[in-house]
Ligand binder design. Sequence first.
Ligand code: 9J3
Ligand code: ZN
Length: 312
Amino acid sequence: MHQHPHTSTADPTAYPSRTRRGRTGRFAQLAAALAAVVGLSTLTGPGAHAADNPYERGPAPTESSIEALRGPYSVSETSVSSLSVTGFGGGTVYYPSSTADGTFGAIAISPGFTAYQSSIAWLGPRLASQGFVVFTIDTNTTLDQPASRGDQLLAALDYLTGRSAVRGRIDSSRLGVMGHSMGGGGSLEAAKDRTSLQAAIPLTPWNLDTTWPEVRTPTLIFGADGDTVAPVSTHAEPLYTGLPSSLDRAYLELNNATHFTPNSSNTTIAKYSISWLKRFIDNDTRYEKFLCPLPQRSLTIDEARGNCPHTS
Ligand code: 9J3
Ligand code: ZN
């Protein structure tokens, strides 16, 4: 849970006591001592929380702030030519324009079979505006299979943190992966290969391998009830079940949705993805309330599975 170490250090005797002090002075001294006992977070702004969790970014979230088309950060973008990189096909980096809040976590996102970064582009500014560096990539060829897409997601993250123009804006210990279809299958491959990744979000994933006992990365899988390309019964659901039961994991099945629902702006995908990334990449427990208890069945969610509360 959320720790408040400063409250345990509160010590009224730390305030200097002076002899020549009037009525007002004594009142101020008493008030300061009381404040120290109650906890300074009651008197200060968001900075008090930032001190608790150095990775927390942005204001306290609300249902409407995670559903909004844009979050609190203005977003800049820069394109990365395929000719300037190896191991993946280039892409576009979306990132908070300001450097005033320090570094951010970063994620790479892969498109699916035969598709380009344009098919997942909506996620770039949507997620970056909440306080992440987001790299939507092209793959080396549009026919690359999930294992290759996993390698390419990792190559993209390595480029992003090691050589890109925005590397100084990224905390390289806080990284995640997402992807659509074979790119979603690839995001599991990436997590399997690099257990230091802190979040994975496969979107209507496609992968013939449904056994993932090696994964240590908190994973949120989106399925679509009407998916006939990667039916949930043979892809999303067994992929979820194939993760360790001890892992922080969730499965959300979109209602009235198809394989291609993740290819356009979607509030349900956005709000739970933002919450998952914040919770596990930024350790931001302010977002736990959107994930646990699991969402109820609704017009947008057909089924929800997962462990609550989260353990990591
Ligand atoms: O990336 C995808 O959309 C995978 C679904 C697919 O068409 O697989 C067929 C081999
Ligand atoms: Zn189902």
